[in-house]
Design a protein around this ligand. Sequence first.
Ligand SMILES: Nc1ncnc2c1ncn2[C@@H]1O[C@H](COP(=O)(O)OP(=O)(O)OP(=O)(O)O)[C@@H](O)[C@H]1O
Length: 364
Amino acid sequence: MSVTPEKKAPGVRVSGLSVVYRTPTGELPAISGIDLDLVPGTITGVVGESGSGKSTLALSLLNAVQSPGRISAGSVEIDGLGDVVKLRGEELRKARGRHIGYVFQAAQNSLNPLKTVGKQLLDLGRSHDVADLRGLVREAKDLLGRMGMDGARVLDSHQHELSGGMRQRVGIMFALVLNAHLVVLDEPTTALDMITQATILRIVREVHEERGLTTLVITHDLGVVAEVADRLAVMYGGQVVEQGPTMEVLGAPRHPYTQGLLRAIPRLVGDIDEARALPGRPPTLGTIPERGCVFRDRCVLRMDVCETEKPPVVSLGASIALCHAVEAAADRDGRADIPPAGGLQEVVGAQGATGVHEVRGEQP
Ligand SMILES: Nc1ncnc2c1ncn2[C@@H]1O[C@H](COP(=O)(O)OP(=O)(O)OP(=O)(O)O)[C@@H](O)[C@H]1O
């Protein structure tokens, strides 16, 4: 199969995607049957507690799930590339970087300690047959400059000469420098202080708009998605339990998990004790229920049917929630609103304030 370069923002359709990891007790699902569309030209934020499967989903978009994991079902159709789950070898290598730019989690530690950043940039350019290497260096300096760094100096530096936050910005530069039109950023701002984080998010948004990208941002910070994402997917126990336009999902969350996340955010005004951590902890690989709803053990709206039956997909406005209680409310009232707790106000709070909205459960 030949790979046709896509010059404009590609659409991405994730269908029935499942990934399993091999463990001493057999293969266990980390994500199961995920359906998610990335709309061309939009930024989609994926949010959820640790272990919900966000990074596994990001890796799947690049067909980069490593052993002991494997994609066990489903497809990831990217305009101009086809189903990346089927790509192999050289085609896959070319697709990554050139068509799909990415920063993986722990980007701070992913540079080669023996080579300068500039040398690694040239290696990247050569491996992707970039003819104009000077232009590539110019582009890298420009991106680094926009992120508040001295580009020439950074390109001359080795990893150990850069702080964690600087390395993270170098990672973002590498994701953008080849001019890929699909960009996957996994926790792009975790090592950054709040001011730098706000700057980086603004630049991600600017570059996204200037170049006409389709962007996926993985984060555990609701403040980050509220600030950059047009659309939002909320993950729990390896599933996307709610998705839709960010304003709609955060302004009127329907799924009890999304409501719980919002309730757990400390308010920027009023009584700090009003924030209530979600009771319990998220499931791990071996404890994700095989039947029924993955969230039921922590759900205040749990019903008998949640034990046995997979939640229905309920469409509400432009959003989707997978929940028996949301469906029951819709059937009862002719609308699917469960009174929201929190909402967008608490997430965005004071303009531009991010980094205080981490998604956390009750501490053990
Ligand atoms: N290499 C691996 N081997 C076994 N299990 C794994 C491996 N990588 C991830 N998992 C498991 O898969 C599940 C999903 O992990 P994943 O890292 O995708 O979640 P996440 O939402 O990105 O979490 P975090 O925010 O902590 O990165 C978790 O239960 C995790 O323990």
